[in-house]
Design a protein around this ligand. Structure first.
Ligand SMILES: [Zn+2]
Length: 372
């Protein structure tokens, strides 16, 4: 028996109900006399006084062996003072095990799981769709800026500097010319901004808030402006349908829910992990299909042969076998085989007119060397 500012601690022995090892423990009665607090090693357990049972115990015997309702763990109390305090405060020591309370816990647990389920799969998707539509331009711009800086941080150089934004007058002009041609008179929900960063993945990403980020690596595989246009038109499809924004809002909303349900138990790490996954989260197959369909329509409208798109897919697929860090495009864009097939099937969609070249040779080489 010992006393500190929180009360009197009684000595006991603890069995966890799993391993046949006894552990030294101490316990005290919480001030509000609703529960006992047990310290075992570094762990701290709360057992409600009303759930404490000593089924085999007779008043004149020592020790007092307690369990707590549905738990297999046992607390063995030899200290007469500790026994006395429990006999006085745990009114149901001699009653039948608290089956009802076990059911209560189960019911509560089921309800909690059901509510998380409902929030995550039913409410959030609807909520985030509604949020996306009502997003003010300011918020969209903020999202876009955030998305770009997260990606730059992610591809930081060895000395920790965020990936450089590549910009040259001729390169910028070529990118604007190409994007203007692809966008045409399509109205994108949150405007549009294209940025090239100095990062090795062969990737382009439609990001939240109308941000499209091209990684320099993509110029290593796109051999013609038309091939690049296939990839960029696909990303435009994601932007047009607000896939990235919706996904980000949904994820950040569900991160909030996760925080609420997991409490302090996980906290910061989970959130940090999730925000990183926000960058590379996969779109659903359905979203990919929709973006591809959008891209095909854009290419056909501009008289660009669809073969340009499947050529690029085919090159990307070759890299899939390597599965190095540079194949990020594949991680975020699953199911290439399927998509090449769909593109080939769509060859009935003939370009309406002979294609006017998207860029001149000079413009194309200015764009490809924008990071040099
Ligand atoms: Zn995609």
């Amino acid at each position: 028996m010992a006393q500190d500012r929180r009360g009197i601690w009684y000595e006991a022995t603890f069995f966890d109900g799993v391993t046949p090892v006894d552990q030294a423990a101490t316990f005290r009665v919480e001030d509000d006399t609703t529960r006992i607090v047990i310290h075992v090693g570094d762990a701290s357990l709360n057992w409600p006084l009303s759930d404490l049972r000593a089924p085999a115990h007779r008043a004149d015997e020592a020790p007092l062996v307690l369990n707590c309702g549905y738990k297999d763990a046992r607390l063995v109390v030899r200290d007469p003072d500790g026994q006395a305090v429990l006999e006085r405060l745990a009114h149901r020591l001699r009653k039948a095990p608290p089956v009802a309370s076990r059911l209560r816990y189960l019911a509560w647990g089921t309800a909690a799981i059901a509510s998380v389920f409902l929030s995550y799969f039913v409410l959030l998707p609807r909520m985030s769709a509604a949020l996306t539509l009502a997003l003010p331009q300011e918020t969209a711009d903020e999202l876009a800026e955030n998305a770009l800086s997260m990606l730059r941080e992610y591809y930081a150089s060895d000395d920790g500097e965020p990936a450089r934004i590549c910009s040259t007058p001729a390169g910028d002009a070529a990118l604007v010319k190409l994007m203007d041609r692809l966008i045409g008179d399509i109205e994108l929900p949150h405007g549009f901004n294209a940025t090239v960063i100095d990062a090795s993945p062969m990737n382009a990403m439609g990001q939240p808030g109308g941000q499209m980020t091209l990684m320099n690596g993509i110029f290593r595989i796109a051999e013609t402006p038309e091939q690049l246009a296939g990839a960029l038109a696909h990303e435009l499809g994601h932007l047009y349908h607000e896939h990235a924004t919706t996904r980000t809002l949904r994820r950040s909303a569900s991160t909030g829910i996760l925080e609420l349900t997991m409490g302090e138990f996980t906290g910061g790490e989970v959130v940090a992990g999730l925000s990183q996954r926000l960058i590379f989260a996969e779109y659903s197959r359905e979203n990919e299909r929709i973006a591809d369909e959008f891209a095909r329509e854009v290419l056909v409208r501009e008289g660009i042969p669809l073969s340009a798109m499947s050529e690029l897919f085919a090159v990307l697929m070759m890299f899939e076998t390597e599965r190095t860090g540079v194949a990020k495009y594949l991680e975020t864009h699953p199911g290439f085989g399927e998509r090449i097939a769909a593109t080939n099937m769509a060859t009935g969609m003939k370009p309406a007119a002979a294609a006017e070249p998207l860029l001149t040779e000079d413009e194309w080489s200015a764009l490809r060397s924008i990071c040099e």
